[in-house]
Design a protein around this ligand. Structure first.
Ligand SMILES: [Zn+2]
Length: 308
């Protein structure tokens, strides 16, 4: 399998979003109230060249994100995009020799605008996500929470990934993306309540495509949650699970906005956690899990408010 890190855009957010400050509502307001912008960060999507067909994990940003709804305080105060159309994932995949029909499956870690922004490039693909994530992103509630459901393609009908109660290391559920079980999804709640990550079993190493489970490898290792996670305890528990997982198997950890993600993938550099040897070992695997069944949740889409 070959995994490509595709930088679809750059995004600028506040330091207080990358490293949460304080607790509760105060922490969640800081990305808007703070004036301290972080350096520009990459917006990565990933493509896995698998024998079953190409799997894309997250679709990155699109050039339309340079214009965001001004009524929303987060969009007005806390985020800026730098992207041109040729940087979107579709043109970049074509430059790698991967056409839209080669992409059999798209998995979304969550529906934030810099993860679902490239959906329009995949009209022929099966699109998978966590069940509750789509419901959260829909309609007026979704818009208030900072999603842009009105910009989804008209044909957009994602399928809910059915997580089995089959442990995968420290993760208490898993879902196969491929029949062989060499690409699986695990729940990594925190940044959003049903955020997921994708694990690619590639020989002796695993590659964890972590979405926004943390913005950086360093904040995962230190257990530092971000400034937008609605549930601090869930986010902390997920970061602890990821550290435990990385201690059990050599794992290349690739968040969507870590400036070091592409270099780590190129160098095949696993997480080196000094405390790894002291974490409990759990050898349970997902090898007995059946292929994930996915039920359409198009009915949820129909309930969405479209304002195109
Ligand atoms: Zn996000």
């Amino acid at each position: 399998m070959r995994v490509h890190a595709i930088e679809t855009s750059r995004v600028q957010i506040k330091e207080a979003q990358i490293i949460g400050r304080g607790h509760g509502l105060w922490r969640q307001l800081q990305p808007m109230l703070s004036r301290e912008w972080a350096d520009w960060s990459p917006v990565y999507a990933f493509a896995i060249e698998h024998p079953d067909g190409v799997i894309v994990v997250d679709t990155g940003a699109n050039a339309g994100l340079k214009s965001l709804p001004r009524w929303h305080p987060y969009f007005q105060l806390a985020v800026r995009f730098d992207i041109e159309p040729e940087q979107e994932i579709g043109p970049q995949l074509r430059r790698l020799g991967i056409g839209a029909r080669d992409v059999k499956t798209v998995v979304l870690t969550h529906f934030h605008i810099d993860h679902d922004g490239g959906l329009s490039h995949f009209p022929h693909s099966r699109i998978l996500a966590s069940d509750d994530e789509i419901a959260r992103a829909c309609g007026l509630r979704g818009a208030l929470l900072g999603y842009l459901p009105n910009r989804w393609p008209n044909w957009f009908a994602p399928e809910a990934l059915a997580f089995e109660r089959t442990r995968h290391g420290p993760f208490n559920q898993s879902a196969r993306i491929t029949a062989a079980g060499d690409v699986i999804a695990v729940p990594t709640p925190g940044h959003t309540p049903r955020h997921l990550s994708v694990i690619v079993r590639d020989g002796e190493q695993d590659i964890m495509l972590a979405g926004d489970a943390s913005y950086l490898e360093t904040t995962m290792l230190s257990g530092t949650i971000d400034g937008v996670s609605p549930d601090e305890a869930a986010a902390k528990a997920t970061l602890a699970d990821i550290r435990s997982f990385c201690a059990q198997r050599p794992t290349i950890y690739l968040p969507a906005h870590d400036p070091q993600s592409a270099a780590r993938l190129d160098a095949r550099r696993s997480v080196t956690a000094p405390h790894a040897a002291f974490l409990p070992h759990n050898s349970s695997e997902a090898s007995r899990a059946p292929a994930a069944s996915a039920s359409s949740f198009a009915h949820m889409i129909e309930g969405c408010t479209r304002r195109t």
